[in-house]
Design a protein around this ligand. Structure first.
Ligand code: SF4
Length: 748
C-alpha cells in the first residue's frame, strides 16, 4: 500500500446547481457584509456567497455568513402562535387573530390596573430598521409605556453615551476605509478576528499594503493581540487610567494639537488639570502597564500623522464604559484625530443592526436621534405622526438592565420580548429567572420557539427570519444596506413588520396613526423625518434601488447630494454596478470640526478613575472575563442550529493558565465548578497561556454558563453591565457528576 501526497484525492466542493442569485445583507454582526443567496431551478436555497462588488466585504464572508442560508429551515423554528394561561402549562396553538387580540388585551388590562408604565418592552439589535421604526411608533405613539428599551444596552450603550457626551450626538465618526490612511491603530478590548472577521480582514489587508503600528489593549492575549506590534495586557476595567496617563505624557511632551483644540473643543484646562494627576509612574500600579510602555505608546500615537482608535465590549461592558469612550474621544480630540482620513474614534458595533435601533427605534427617545426631553423634537414627531405631543413621556424611562429589577419589585407586571433572550444574555441569571417567574404576562416574539426565555411566556409569536423579510440594516460605519425578501416566511411565521402593524390596529383607540403597509413605505417616511439642515443622520437621498445599486450607502446622504450625484452620472445611467462609486454617501462625520453640541464644539471631559469593580480576593481569587468565539453569535439561538458552527464550537469551555491550573491540580479537558457570589457553573478546562495566572475566560454564548456567575454592576451613564469584571473561584469536582450536571442544565 502506498501512502503519500501523490495518492491523496484533492478535496472537492460539489458545484451547487444555482439558477439565480438574490441580494441581501448578513444578519449577524455589525460588519454589514453583502451576501448573495443562490437558489436552484425549483427556487430552493442551496448556497450563499459574499458579494464581490460590495465595498464592505469585497466577496468575503466569515463562517456565520457562509452558512446563514441554512437558517431558513433550521430546527426549533416557530410555526404558528402559541398560547397558555400559566407558564408551566403546555402551549396550545392559536391563530394570529386570537394571539394578537390576547396580547393587546393583556397589555391594556395591565396598564389599566397598574399604570401605563407597568408594561415593559425590550427589543433587539437584529430587526430591520423599518421594523424598529414601526415598533417605536407603536410603543411611543400608541401603547405609551415609557419602559421600552433594546438589548443593545448590553453591548453598545456605553458607546452611544460616550459619543453623546463628547460630540453631542451618537454616530461613529469613521469608517473601515480609515485603515487605509491611518499611521497608528489602537484597539481597546476588541478581538476583531473572532468578533468581526471581515473587518479584521480589511485591517489586515491595509497593514499588508502599508505597515503602521497596531497596538492592542486587552487583558487577554486575543487573536488580535497575537498580531499586534505592542500588546498592553491591562488590568480589567482600568482603561481610563491608561488613557489619562497617555494624555499626561502627550501634554508633558507638548505633542497635543493646540490648533485643533483651540478651534473645535471646550474644556482643555479641566482635562489638563485632571491628567496631571496621572503620571505613568503612579498609573502603572493601577492599570498594570509598565510606565515606559505607557510613554512609548503615547508618543507613537501622538506623533503619528494620523491615528485612530477602535473598541468593542472590552471598553463598553464596564462600570467605566461611558467614561472609557469619552476618554478615547478625549485622546483623539487633543491629537486632532477626528473627522480626517485615518484619524477617528470608531466603536465597532455588536449586532447587525444595533445602529438601526440606535437611530430609529425610539428606545432612548424619538426617531432620528431626537430626544423626548427636547420640546422641538417632541412637537416635530408628534405633528408628523398626527398625535398630541403630551402623549409622549417627559423623559426616557428604564433601560433593559433596570427593567428586570423593576419586575422583581413589582413595578413592572408585564413584558414583551422581541428577538432577545435575557435568560442567557443577562448577567446574574439566577436573579433573572426569579424576575421572569414574577411576571403576570410575558409575550415572546422570536424566530425560534425553543429559545430559553420562551419557557416563561404566555404568548409566543413566531417571527420570520432574515431574508424572509425586506428592509435595511445600518452597519458600524453608518452604511445603510438592504436585505431583499428572498423567500416567504417559514410555515405560519410572520415578518416582525407585519406583527407590529397588526398590533397597531388594536391600539388605534388610543391614537390613530398611519402605519405604511410595506417596509419601503416606512423607509420613505423615515427619509422625510431625517431631512434637515445640519442633521448628521440624514438618509433623505437614499432609496431601496439606490442602496442596492451601491451595495450600501453611508449616512449622511441628503437629497441635495443625491441630486448632485445624479447630475454627475446623467439621468440615463440607472443603478448599474459601474455607477456604484457615485452613491457611497459620506464616509466620515465632523470633517469640518463642527459637532452636534449647542456651540458646535466637542467637549473634553475629565475622567477620574474610581475603582468600583468586583476584584479578586482570597475567597474568589480569579478575574472572570467573557467574550465571543467566531462560530457563534450571541446566545446561539441561530448559530446553535447550524451544523458546522456547532461542530467547530460544540461546548462551553474555560481558558485557564497552566501554572494556575497546576497549583490547583486541575488538568486539561477536565470539568471544574466555578463559583461566584451569584451562583455556580460547570465548565470544561482548556489550558492556555492566552490568559494570565489570575484570569479565566469563558465564551458568553452558552445557556446556563457564564451568566450564572456574572454580577453585572451598571455603568452610571449607559446602564450597561460590567460583564467582564467579576471574581470567581475554581473547584475540582467529580467528572461523571459534572458531565451529568452539565447535560441536565443545558437540556431545555
Ligand atoms: Fe456576517 Fe459579520 Fe461574518 Fe460578515 S463578518 S459574514 S457581517 S457575521
Amino acid at each position: 500500500m502506498i501512502f503519500g501526497r501523490s495518492k491523496r484525492k484533492p478535496i472537492s466542493i460539489p458545484a451547487k446547481d444555482v439558477a439565480q442569485w438574490k441580494y441581501t445583507t448578513c444578519n449577524y454582526c455589525s460588519t454589514g457584509c453583502a451576501i448573495e443567496i443562490g437558489l436552484n431551478e425549483s427556487g430552493k436555497i442551496v448556497t450563499s456567497r459574499g458579494h464581490a462588488g460590495a465595498d464592505v466585504n469585497r466577496g468575503k464572508l466569515c463562517i456565520k455568513g457562509l452558512l446563514e442560508h441554512e437558517l431558513f429551515d433550521s430546527p426549533g423554528r416557530g410555526k404558528f402562535p402559541l398560547m397558555r394561561d400559566k407558564a408551566h402549562l403546555p402551549f396550545q396553538p392559536a391563530s394570529w387573530e386570537v394571539a394578537l387580540d390576547k396580547t393587546a388585551e393583556k397589555i391594556k388590562e395591565i396598564q389599566a390596573k397598574y399604570g401605563r408604565d407597568s408594561f415593559a418592552i425590550v427589543s433587539t439589535g437584529q430587526l430591520l430598521t423599518e421594523e424598529f421604526y414601526t415598533l417605536g411608533k407603536l410603543v411611543r405613539g400608541q401603547i405609551g409605556t415609557n419602559n421600552y428599551d433594546g438589548n443593545t444596552t448590553l453591548c453598545m450603550a456605553s458607546a452611544v453615551s460616550g459619543y453623546k457626551r463628547s460630540f453631542g450626538s451618537d454616530g461613529p465618526p469613521g469608517c473601515y476605509g480609515d485603515f487605509e490612511h491611518t499611521h497608528c491603530l489602537m484597539a481597546f478590548g476588541s478581538n476583531l478576528p473572532e468578533q468581526h472577521p471581515v473587518i479584521y480582514w480589511r485591517l489586515k489587508e491595509a497593514l499588508e499594503k502599508r505597515k503602521f503600528p497596531l497596538i492592542v489593549v486587552d487583558p487577554r492575549v486575543t487573536m488580535l493581540a497575537q498580531f499586534a506590534d505592542i500588546h498592553l495586557p491591562i488590568t480589567p476595567g482600568t482603561d481610563t487610567v491608561l488613557i489619562n496617563a497617555m494624555m499626561h505624557v502627550i501634554f508633558k511632551d507638548g505633542l497635543q494639537d493646540d490648533d485643533y483644540i483651540a478651534r473645535h473643543t471646550n474644556g482643555i484646562d479641566e482635562l489638563r488639570a485632571l491628567v496631571a494627576d496621572y503620571d505613568p509612574k503612579t498609573a502603572q500600579h493601577i492599570c498594570g502597564i509598565d510606565e515606559d510602555r505607557i510613554r512609548t505608546v503615547a508618543r507613537i500615537y501622538a506623533r503619528a500623522p494620523t491615528a485612530m482608535s477602535i473598541w468593542t465590549m472590552g471598553i463598553n461592558q464596564s462600570t467605566h464604559g461611558s467614561d472609557g469612550v469619552v476618554n478615547i474621544n478625549n485622546l483623539n480630540l487633543i491629537t486632532g484625530n477626528i473627522g480626517i482620513p485615518g484619524g477617528t474614534s470608531l466603536s465597532i458595533t455588536g449586532q447587525c443592526n444595533a445602529m438601526g435601533t440606535r437611530e430609529w427605534s425610539s428606545c432612548s427617545g424619538l426617531p432620528g436621534y431626537r430626544l423626548l426631553e427636547k420640546q422641538a423634537d417632541r412637537e416635530h414627531v408628534a405633528d408628523f405622526w398626527g398625535i398630541d405631543e403630551a402623549f409622549f413621556p417627559p423623559a426616557r424611562g428604564l433601560a433593559q438592565t433596570d427593567i428586570f429589577p423593576a419586575i422583581e419589585t413589582g413595578q413592572i407586571k408585564g413584558l414583551w420580548l422581541v428577538a432577545t433572550n435575557p435568560m442567557t444574555s443577562m448577567p446574574n441569571q439566577p436573579r433573572i429567572r426569579k424576575a421572569m417567574e414574577n411576571l403576570e404576562f410575558l409575550v415572546v416574539q422570536d424566530v425560534y420557539e425553543d429559545v430559553e426565555t420562551n419557557k416563561y411566556s404566555h404568548v409566543f409569536l413566531p417571527a420570520a427570519v432574515w431574508a424572509e423579510k425586506e428592509g435595511c440594516h445600518t452597519n458600524t460605519e453608518r452604511r445603510v444596506n438592504l436585505t431583499r425578501n428572498v423567500l416567504e416566511p417559514y410555515a405560519d411565521s410572520k415578518a416582525d413588520f407585519w406583527i407590529f402593524n397588526e398590533l397597531s390596529k388594536r391600539f388605534a383607540d388610543r391614537n390613530t396613526i398611519h402605519f405604511p403597509a410595506t417596509p419601503e413605505g416606512a423607509f420613505e417616511e423615515m427619509k422625510v423625518l431625517s431631512r434637515g439642515a445640519g442633521r448628521t443622520l440624514d438618509i433623505s437621498g437614499m432609496s431601496y434601488d439606490r442602496i442596492h445599486a451601491a451595495r450600501g450607502i453611508q449616512w449622511p446622504y441628503s437629497e441635495e447630494q443625491a441630486r448632485r450625484d445624479e447630475e454627475k452620472i446623467g439621468p440615463a445611467a440607472g443603478f448599474d454596478m459601474h455607477t456604484r462609486q457615485d452613491f457611497l454617501g459620506n464616509p466620515r462625520l465632523y470633517t469640518d470640526g463642527t459637532f452636534q453640541t449647542p456651540d458646535g464644539r466637542a467637549k473634553l471631559i475629565p475622567v477620574r478613575f474610581v475603582n468600583n469593580n468586583e476584584c479578586p480576593d482570597a475567597e474568589y481569587p480569579f478575574w472572570l472575563n467573557s467574550g465571543r468565539v467566531v462560530e457563534h453569535f450571541h446566545t446561539r439561538t441561530r448559530t446553535g442550529k447550524i451544523g458546522n458552527c456547532n461542530k467547530f464550537s460544540p461546548t462551553p469551555y474555560m481558558e485557564m493558565n497552566p501554572d494556575a491550573a497546576d497549583e490547583l491540580g486541575i488538568e486539561h479537558a477536565s470539568y471544574v465548578r466555578l463559583v461566584s457570589r451569584r451562583g455556580d457553573a460547570v465548565v470544561m478546562v482548556q489550558l492556555t497561556q492566552r490568559v494570565a495566572r489570575d484570569m479565566l475566560f469563558i465564551p458568553f454564548h452558552f445557556h446556563d454558563c457564564v451568566n450564572r456567575l456574572t454580577l453585572g454592576l451598571l455603568d452610571p451613564y449607559s446602564r450597561q453591565p460590567a460583564f467582564k469584571q467579576n471574581a470567581v473561584r475554581v473547584e475540582q469536582i467529580d467528572q461523571r457528576e459534572a458531565a451529568r450536571l452539565n447535560m441536565e442544565r443545558r437540556a431545555f
